[in-house]
Design a binder for this molecule. Structure first.
Ligand code: ACO
Length: 428
């Protein structure tokens, strides 16, 4: 294949270099288009064909259902690694040695205390505030309490900001849930691993010892790993674009949390469970809801189905489906919505509408069922997604800053009024 793309506009032909990725993906490098063509730009709403950056973090092939972090397959990582190792891998590029992992975790623990005044902010939220709004605000407020983390001029500054957010974020996640459940806020224990500590901080009751259930711990580790990065999705692109203005890491991540909140993105895990509950309440008639999903006059969509890039299957959904069976089986939970979910999946897999549009269950179709079995409230599901995605957001932000990417500032095609003279108020 030639390494040049030619574009003809009117009489003129322009040549642009092709860029090849390490997995043979090809892009046309149009950086010079506007300058050489006298103002022509490309337009691609939703960025369905547009690469925003080159990245060495995550590779995914939507057609083949492949997902790899730094070259390692998601299947192998979910089976053999723990969440902290995967976080290190994403952020620093390689799996850590034992010494590297210990140092990383010690630095995280040294930075895990949040300013006690943050409790006053939490107090001020209404009890029924959505946890994603609370989490986004608390993450943003970390900037005020840690002003030195904003200006990142060296890799050392960067590292300090990273261990701070890795340490404080799980505390904010746990406190968000404790606020929702009316429990007193507290810290876990330095003696526990990253995920065990999150569990202790989230679930421990003031009047009883909290024992870590290894089955729940393993499932949570797996869920967090599966959510840890997914290249240039909506929230990650938000983190990169906010960070590209050199806003600090915490502000960039707070913006990513807001982007993740939407039901078309991370908010889908909450929406899936609410949908399954509604179907159950309505008599469990999955066919009726399949019909609604296919009806173009009906705004209903089958939540947890479809994905912008996976057009074959979502490899994370496969792993999560097995994990859901294991966790519910091991905990002895009989959840009728799991049967409804399996029924919907079977019908969709055999339905021409879904098959033709390549709509398969995505990562969020089964995750909510596991979270619910763990005792996590529905409104917290997207917060759990954010906890998992944190290392991915950090890695992408770090890469963007180290590569000295320019500020993100898309162009547009203006389609409004042409010039018109101002009309005074009494003449309108
Ligand atoms: N239920 C019914 N129909 C659907 C669904 C669905 N869940 N998803 C897509 N379609 C249909 C669309 O109506 C469209 O049909 P048409 O071609 O006849 O007009 C076709 O499939 C293509 O859909 P688009 O919306 O164009 O696909 P896009 O790539 O823009 O959207 C998205 C992907 C947002 C994930 C979409 O499939 C969706 O809304 N799914 C439900 C929400 C969800 O589960 N989101 C989580 C995604 S995973 C994540 O963020 C972690």
């Amino acid at each position: 294949m030639s390494d040049i793309a030619k574009l003809q506009i009117g009489e003129n032909t322009y040549e642009f270099p092709l860029i090849q990725g390490t997995e043979n993906e090809t892009a046309i490098d149009i950086k010079t288009l506007r300058a050489v063509s006298n103002g022509v730009v490309t337009i691609d709403p939703g960025f369905k064909n547009t690469g925003s950056c080159q990245s060495a973090i995550t590779f995914l092939d939507g057609e083949k259902g492949i997902l790899r972090y730094r070259g390692y397959s998601i299947e192998e990582l979910a089976e053999k690694a723990d969440f902290l190792e995967v976080a290190y891998l994403l952020i620093f590029g390689d799996l850590p040695t034992k010494a590297q992992l210990d140092k990383f975790y010690n630095d995280i623990l040294d930075n895990a205390i949040v300013d006690d005044d943050i409790k006053k902010i939490i107090d001020a939220f209404p009890k029924n505030a959505h946890p994603m709004g609370v989490l986004s605000s608390l993450t943003s407020s970390l900037t005020a309490f840690n002003p030195s983390s904003v200006n990142v001029d060296s890799e050392e500054d960067m590292y300090n900001a990273i261990v701070k957010i890795m340490g404080k974020f799980p505390v904010l996640v746990a406190w968000t849930m404790r606020k929702l459940n009316g429990l007193p806020l507290h810290y876990g224990s330095r003696k526990l691993g990253y995920v065990e500590n999150v569990m202790k901080m989230m679930f421990e009751k003031p009047n009883e010892e909290y024992d870590i259930n290894p089955i729940v711990k393993n499932a949570l580790d797996k869920l967090l790993i599966l959510h840890a990065d997914h290249e240039q999705n909506c929230s990650t692109s938000t983190v990169r674009i906010v960070g590209s203005s050199h806003a600090g890491l915490f502000a960039s991540i707070s913006a990513g949390i807001s982007a993740l909140w939407g039901p078309l993105h991370g908010g889908a895990n909450q929406a899936v469970l609410e949908m399954l509950e509604a179907i159950k309440k309505d008599g469990g008639d999955t066919k009726k809801y399949m019909g609604k999903a296919k009806d173009k006059e009906d705004p209903f969509r089958l939540m947890g189905f479809g994905h912008r890039v996976y057009k074959n299957f979502d490899p994370r959904a496969k792993i999560i489906k097995v994990a859901a069976d294991e966790v519910l089986g091991d905990l002895g939970v009989q959840d009728p919505v799991l049967d409804i979910a399996k029924g919907l999946e079977q019908e969709a897999l055999n339905d021409a509408y879904f098959v033709d549009r390549k709509l398969y269950p995505n990562v969020d179709f089964y995750s909510g069922i596991i979270y619910r079995a763990m005792g996590i409230p529905v409104e917290m599901f997207t917060v759990m997604f954010a906890l998992g995605r944190l290392p991915g957001w950090i890695a992408q932000w770090k890469e963007m800053r180290l590569r000295k990417e320019p500020i993100g500032r898309p162009r547009q095609i203006y389609s409004g009024e042409n010039y018109r003279p101002f009309v005074p108020l009494d003449k309108r």
